[in-house]
Design a protein around this ligand. Structure first.
Ligand SMILES: [Zn+2]
Ligand SMILES: [Zn+2]
Length: 258
């Protein structure tokens, strides 16, 4: 599996920094985890729309805004006979007005599926399942496995979901974990987002091989997040737009550190 980082920032995009998006490729199949504002600008059109499955973790704008651009692109590219298969879009069914707004879009070449705690899907050799997190709307962490490697993406979550996420991410090769906050921001422990330190706790308790932090405040220095998480989990990196990672590389990096 190959991972390409498309977006790492919230709540808004700035030049070269987009809202959340991660593209996972395994053979000819592609899974896009979230499509926040600006993230689609790092996709290759029309190639990346072939065999594309988009999974939206929750219906907050920083995670789904670009779905409308992808839908319209699929419509135009299909009309031009440049893509053969519809894109597959998976999303939570609430809040219902947003869900309906997306699935009722006419100018789109797409199929729609709902995600829930009990659903799982196979995309080629990859399988994907979901873990609900505590967040103001219906939200899911996602686990992608290709029998060899496992990537877990927390999406947005409160630390109150820690135990559930630790179990869900157990021994994953890579945990992509939101870290919207730093301890110095002074937010209370229970919030709808994690500090970088809390992301480190989840990575450590889940015994994952590598931790990739994401969902940064636009005004904040990214090095601060990495330093805070490294206090508790040394094998931590920051997600950076355009970065591509082969999962074995993460393991090799880990070996180097021993
Ligand atoms: Zn959110
Ligand atoms: Zn968010």
């Amino acid at each position: 599996m190959k991972l390409k980082v498309l977006g790492t920032q919230s709540p808004y995009n700035t030049p070269n920094h987009h809202c959340p998006g991660f593209l996972i490729t395994d053979n000819e199949n592609k899974i896009l985890l979230d499509c926040g504002s600006g993230s689609h600008s790092l996709l290759n059109f029309p190639t990346d729309l072939q065999n594309l499955s988009v999974f939206i973790s929750h219906l907050h704008r920083d995670h789904y805004n670009d779905i409308y651009n992808l839908q319209y692109a699929s419509f135009v590219l299909h009309n031009q006979k440049r893509i053969e298969k519809p894109i597959e879009i998976y999303l939570p069914s609430s809040p219902n007005p947003i869900y309906k707004d997306i699935i009722e879009e006419n100018n789109s070449f797409a199929n729609y599926h709902t995600i829930s705690q009990d659903s799982s899907y196979n995309i080629g050799n990859m399988s994907i399942c979901f873990c609900p997190t505590d967040h103001p709307v219906e939200t899911y962490a996602m686990k992608i496995t290709n029998k060899d490697k496992t990537i877990v993406y927390t999406s947005d979550t409160s630390f109150s979901t820690k135990d559930r996420l630790v179990k869900f991410a157990e021994e994953a090769d890579l945990l992509i974990c939101e870290s919207s906050l730093l301890r110095e921001h002074g937010f209370p422990e229970i919030n709808s987002h994690l500090t970088a330190y809390q992301a480190g706790i989840i990575a450590k308790e889940a015994k994952v091989r590598g931790l990739m932090l994401t969902h940064f405040w636009p005004e904040e220095q990214i090095e601060k997040y990495v330093a805070e998480a490294k206090e508790i989990f040394p094998n931590t990196i920051a997600a950076i737009e355009g970065q591509t990672i082969d999962l074995p590389t993460i393991k090799e990096k880990e070996e180097d550190m021993r």
